[in-house]
Ligand binder design. Sequence first.
Ligand SMILES: Nc1nc2c(ncn2[C@@H]2O[C@H](COP(=O)(O)OP(=O)(O)O)[C@@H](O)[C@H]2O)c(=O)[nH]1
Ligand SMILES: [Mg+2]
Ligand SMILES: [Zn+2]
Length: 320
Amino acid sequence: MEVAFILTREQGRVIRARTGFYDVQHGETILRCTLRGTLKRRHRSETGRRIYADPVAVGDRVIFTQLDPEEGVVEDILPRETKFSRQYAGKQGDIEQVIVANADQIVAVASTFMPPLNFRTLDRFLILAEAGDMDAVICLNKMDLVDAAQQEEHTTIFTNYEKLGYQVLYTSIYVPESLDAFREVLRDKFSVIIGASGVGKSSLLNAIQPNLGLRTGEVGIKTQKGRHTTTLVELFALDIGGEVADTPGIREVGLWGIDTENLEYYFPEMEPYLGTCKYNDCAHVAEPDCAVQDAVETGEIHPERYRSYVVLRAGEATEI
Ligand SMILES: Nc1nc2c(ncn2[C@@H]2O[C@H](COP(=O)(O)OP(=O)(O)O)[C@@H](O)[C@H]2O)c(=O)[nH]1
Ligand SMILES: [Mg+2]
Ligand SMILES: [Zn+2]
């Protein structure tokens, strides 16, 4: 008797992405999938130029065809609700790299020390979250490495972010109580954990769920600085409910999808002043009679945030 293998299209979710291969989960099954050629072509511009570093991202809901018990082909991608994208320098110019699709929030992790706090990077993450329609939570890790006076100083700076509406967590993997808030933030949500290499992203996740067994401590590996799209992003289910995407190997965060002319709209503290400068097209950088610059002078806008605005507006690339 001949067994007919009927190819049916099903819906699944991408839980792991390595360039060219995607693990798609469908119920209890995980299939190793490639992309249908027509799908790849559809994600090119009319001139054949690549417009995405990769058309499929972790978190994408996809239509796939199962080929055998372990393999399949991704036929189509369902519309994304949110996306965490960065600008990626491709061979033919800047393209979009969607790192995670459909997440609810990002948790932007920074450390007090080793590596030092970088407000430019943090502000980039907050802007990318906003641009991708996700909430953002800030997590300042390695609080054990600073003394009481420095802790106080950090708290003062981060109170400013709280005023802007961001939840701020202060954590140390060596202070178990500090991890409670981190755990609660992740509960029942789909979160992207993002931050410079070495800030403690994987350590924090292991601390709240040891069976994740994520590799940690890979700091200072600077040999592979070359630009490549082979970033492995992986989704993990949390025992407390919810999912996280740990994002190793992201070294640059170019702003994607944000017109620098409109950058001011991504800085909520600037909103009250917009439209009140002398010049209508004021860039709030060196123009006279600028309400934004005045607000920085009077302390109504935090100088670190204003510095981020100036740097990002100039379009300077940042390595993290
Ligand atoms: N002192 C201190 N070290 C930490 C803390 N969290 C992580 N680390 C250390 O920082 C290094 C990098 O951590 P890792 O989790 O790999 O960072 P990731 O690159 O962001 O995933 C490791 O050696 C960790 O042990 C913390 O809260 N305090
Ligand atoms: Mg890590
Ligand atoms: Zn202005």
